[in-house]
Design a protein around this ligand. Structure first.
Ligand code: WQD
Length: 337
C-alpha cells in the first residue's frame, strides 16, 4: 500500500514516515527541502532499515504536481504536512503563506478528485480555535477569527477540504495538533528549526546546550496558576502514531463521515514555567531565563479534550511532558555532538 507523505522530511512528517514504515506501508515522500535537509532520510533509514522513496517537489508548481500524480497512479492515501508554519513570519509575509499553504493544497486536491477513491489526512492546528472559551477544547469549539495568516491558512484549508470532499470521492480526516514536541527515542530524527527557534521547546534545549544565552519567557501576567501561558505539549511520536491510525480508518472505510476532525493533544495543560521545570529535572541543568513582555498574538491557555480521538480512533497520547522533554534534550545533545 503506497502512501504519499508531503513534507515528509519535516519534524512531524519524518516521525510519521517512521510509524508508517513500522506498520508495513510503502512510503513516498515529497518535500521542497525549504525547511529541512536530506540527512533526515538517513535518520529514517537508521530507525526502520528502509529508505522511503523521495522526490524533491515544490507543490506550488501545478504542472509538477500533475506530473507527479501521472507517474504515481497507485497512491492509496495522502498525508499532507507540507506547509509554512511560523506564526510570526506569516504576519510579515502573508502571501508566502497563502501561496504555499493554500495553492499547494488546491493542486493536491485537484489530482485526488480524479481518482476512484482518495484518502486525505490534513495537518491542522489548535490555532484554529484562537483563545477558546472553555477548557479542555473539544472539536466543536467555535472556530474564531485567526490570529495570524498562518492560522488562517489552516482554517481556509479545512474549509477547502470540507467543500471538496462533499462533491468528490475524497474522504478526509483533519488532525488539529496542539503543541508537538520531543523527538524519536533513537535520537535519529527530531526537530531541526533553522535559525533562531520560534517555539518554546527547541529554544529551551538550545539554551541548555549554551547555543542561546537565556530563554525569554513571554509574560508572567496571564490569568493562570503561575502567570505563564498554558499549552498542551504532545510527544511527536504519539502524534505520528495517531496519523497511522487515522489513515487506517480511511482505508478501512469504517462508518466514515466524508470529513472527520480530531484534536490531538495529551488533554493536560502545562505552563511555560512547568516546561522549564520539566527540562531542569530531566537534564539536571538550571535553565537561565528572564521574564519579558507578552508575545503579540499569544493566547493564555489551550489544552485538548481528547475524548473523541480516544473513543473513535482508539488513540491516546502515552508520553508524559518529562518523557517528551527528555527525548528533545537527547536529540539536541546528539545533533550538537
Ligand atoms: C508556546 C508557549 C509562548 C517561545 C505555535 C503555533 C502552533 C504550532 C506550534 C505549528 C507560548 C511561550 C515561546 C519562547 C516563550 N505551530 N514561549 N518563549 O505559540 O503555542 O503554537 O507553535 O505547527 O500552530 O500557533 O507554540 O512553542 O511558540 O509557544 O515564553 O522563546 O511558550 O509565549 O506561551 P505556540 P510556542
Amino acid at each position: 500500500m503506497k502512501i504519499l507523505v508531503t513534507g515528509g522530511l519535516g519534524f512531524i512528517g519524518s516521525h510519521t514516515v517512521v510509524e508508517l514504515q513500522n506498520q508495513g506501508f510503502e512510503v513516498v515522500i515529497v518535500d521542497d527541502l525549504s525547511n529541512t535537509s536530506l540527512s533526515v532520510l538517513e535518520g529514517i533509514k537508521n530507525i526502520t532499515g528502509k529508505i522511503p522513496v523521495f522526490e524533491k517537489l515544490d507543490l506550488r508548481e501545478k504542472n509538477s504536481v500533475q506530473d507527479f500524480f501521472k507517474r504515481n497512479q497507485d497512491i492509496a492515501g495522502v498525508i499532507h504536512f507540507a506547509a509554512s508554519k511560523a506564526v510570526g513570519e506569516s504576519v510579515e509575509n502573508p502571501l508566502l503563506y497563502y501561496e504555499n499553504n493554500i495553492n499547494a493544497l488546491v493542486y493536491l486536491l485537484q489530482e485526488l478528485q480524479k481518482k476512484e477513491a482518495a484518502n486525505f489526512i490534513f495537518s491542522s492546528s489548535c490555532t484554529v480555535y484562537g483563545q477558546a472559551e472553555k477548557m479542555p477544547i473539544t472539536e466543536n469549539a467555535p472556530i474564531q477569527t485567526a490570529m495570524s495568516p498562518y492560522g488562517n491558512t489552516k482554517q481556509i484549508g479545512e474549509e477547502i477540504i470540507t467543500d471538496t470532499a462533499k462533491v468528490t470521492n475524497i474522504n478526509a480526516i483533519l488532525l488539529r495538533y496542539f503543541n508537538p514536541i520531543g523527538s524519536h527515542p533513537s535520537a535519529e530524527i527530531g526537530e531541526l528549526p533553522l535559525g533562531v527557534p520560534q517555539n518554546l521547546v527547541p529554544f529551551i534545549t538550545q539554551t541548555g546546550m549554551g547555543l542561546r544565552k537565556e530563554l525569554s519567557v513571554y509574560g508572567d501576567d496571564y490569568p493562570t496558576a503561575d502567570g505563564t501561558a498554558v499549552r498542551d505539549y504532545i510527544h511527536v511520536v504519539d502524534l505520528a502514531k495517531a496519523h497511522v491510525i487515522a489513515l487506517k480508518r480511511l482505508l478501512d472505510k469504517k462508518n466514515l463521515e466524508k470529513v472527520e476532525t480530531f484534536n490531538l493533544g495529551t488533554g493536560t495543560g502545562s505552563s511555560v514555567l512547568e516546561v522549564i521545570q520539566a527540562f531542569e529535572k530531566v537534564s539536571g541543568k538550571k535553565l537561565p531565563y528572564k521574564i519579558v513582555g507578552r508575545r503579540e498574538g499569544d493566547i493564555t491557555e489551550a489544552y485538548a479534550n481528547t475524548d473523541k480521538a480516544n473513543t473513535v480512533l482508539g488513540w491516546k497520547a502515552q508520553s508524559t511532558l518529562e518523557e517528551a522533554m527528555a527525548s528533545a534534550w537527547k536529540w539536541e545533545q546528539k545533533v550538537r555532538s
